[in-house]
Write a protein that binds this ligand. Structure first.
Ligand code: DSN
Length: 415
């Protein structure tokens, strides 16, 4: 990667950028929402489109000089349509949260009712948490996963929907390791005469590749972020039927955003093109296979997984059974010290503060991009188990650190 210009102008930032390349090279990125974008995506995001204001939409902008911005945004929209098959696509949301905001603003009034999964059960802040605008503007009730199985109980959800009578039901999750039955959520929405927003932020790539069923054509709205499993430029996306297109577009601009981040939209266009290549399907399949192997390796070492396993790109380990004295943040810190970067995560029935948490969430999208397969995931799983079994033992940490470094060296990034 060439940071020559930055080095000349701003050595402090150049050093941090170079250190970040090194950090990504020398650690295992297992935060489930992260990935390693290609150099083509990075180049598009670092392009002169960052200079351009393009309020409006292709063919109808408020400023001149938007011909290239129009080309890029049209390409991003066309490719997104090909990937996910929605009638209408808006690629301007700056993030997944902004995408959700676009839908809420388009369809809800303040005080309207949202029914969504609790954050500690795998939901997301932008689905109605009190600390988020959604919890402040709307009346929110939350559903939970089944305490025994860790799965969504669709019958309970339907009953809760009939009783609460929400205006919108939100599905799609940040820490739910199982495939979602979109049609059963839709049935709950139909029973309550509610809209249905499926937020596929984490699984955009799995859905695009056909590894998971798609909510497009089932839910009224599908939102996502574009830098997770789909591995394109950073940002968000909204998909919906044509009947909602004008409302959604107006809610994004001018409703909640100003000028679109055209450089990021260029990154989205490039990443979407990459995801349309046949290899992407194999990548998405491997992401899930790797998560399954990681989960099985941890289970063989005595770890409990929420829901007993995974169908997705992530596993959620509840440490309370296997390691009652180790908090999620203890585990996160010890793992980071050996070069495994993941996050402490709350688990269903959480008994600790969210800052400490009782679980860890580990994802495979970034490692799979790096070329990790089943064999490497077994090694990663045993590194994780060795660390958590031996927190505080410097000899074990040093030995695992070397194994992690070997894995990183065998799978170089950004050569
Ligand atoms: N922060 C992301 C995650 O880690 O799930 C979601 O926005």
């Amino acid at each position: 990667m060439n940071d020559d210009h930055v080095s000349e102008v701003d050595p402090a930032v150049a050093d941090a950028l170079a250190d970040e390349v090194e950090r990504q090279q020398d650690t295992l990125a297992m935060i489930a929402s992260e990935n390693h974008a290609s150099e083509a995506v990075l180049e598009a995001q670092g392009s002169t489109l960052t200079n351009k204001y393009a309020e409006g939409y292709p063919g109808s902008r408020y400023y001149g000089g938007c011909e290239n911005a129009d080309v890029v945004e049209e390409l991003a929209r066309e490719r997104a349509t090909e990937l996910w098959g929605a009638e209408h696509v808006n690629v301007q949301p700056h993030s997944g949260t902004q995408a959700n905001m676009g839908v809420y603003l388009a369809m809800l009034d303040p005080g309207d009712k949202i029914l969504s999964l609790d954050l500690t059960h795998g939901g997301h802040l932008s689905h109605g948490h009190q600390a988020n605008f959604t919890g402040q503007l709307y009346e929110v009730e939350q559903y939970e996963v089944d305490a025994e199985t860790g799965y969504i109980d669709y019958d309970d959800l339907r009953q809760q929907a009939e009783e609460f009578e929400p205006d919108i039901i939100v599905s799609g999750y940040s820490a739910y390791p199982r495939e979602v039955e979109w049609d059963r959520i839709q049935a709950a929405a139909d029973a309550a005469d509610a809209l249905h927003l499926a937020d596929i932020a984490h699984i955009t790539g799995l859905v695009a590749a056909g590894v998971h069923d798609s909510p497009v054509g089932v839910a009224d709205f599908v939102t996502g972020s574009t830098h997770k499993t789909i591995r394109s430029g950073r940002g968000g996306i909204i998909m919906c039927d044509e009947e909602y297109a004008d409302a959604v577009d107006s809610a994004v601009f001018p409703g909640s955003q100003g000028g679109p981040l055209m450089h990021n939209i260029a990154g989205k266009a490039v990443g979407f093109k990459e995801a349309l290549e046949p290899e992407f399907e194999a990548y998405a399949e491997q992401v899930v296979e790797n998560a399954k192997v990681l989960g099985e390796t941890l289970q063989d070492r005595g770890f409990s997984l929420v829901s007993g396993g995974t169908d997705t790109h992530l596993v959620l380990a509840d440490l309370r059974d296997s390691h009652p004295d180790v908090t999620g943040s203890d585990a996160e810190e010890a793992l980071e010290s050996v070069g495994i970067v993941l996050n402490a995560n709350t688990v269903p029935g959480e008994t600790r503060s969210p800052f400490v948490a009782s679980g860890i969430r580990a994802g495979t999208p970034a490692l799979t991009t790096r070329g990790f397969g089943v064999e490497e995931m077994e090694q990663v799983g045993s590194c994780i188990a060795d660390v958590i079994d031996n927190i505080g033992d410097e000899d074990v940490m040093a030995e695992v650190s070397e194994r992690v470094q070997d894995l990183c060296d065998e799978h170089p990034l950004y050569e």
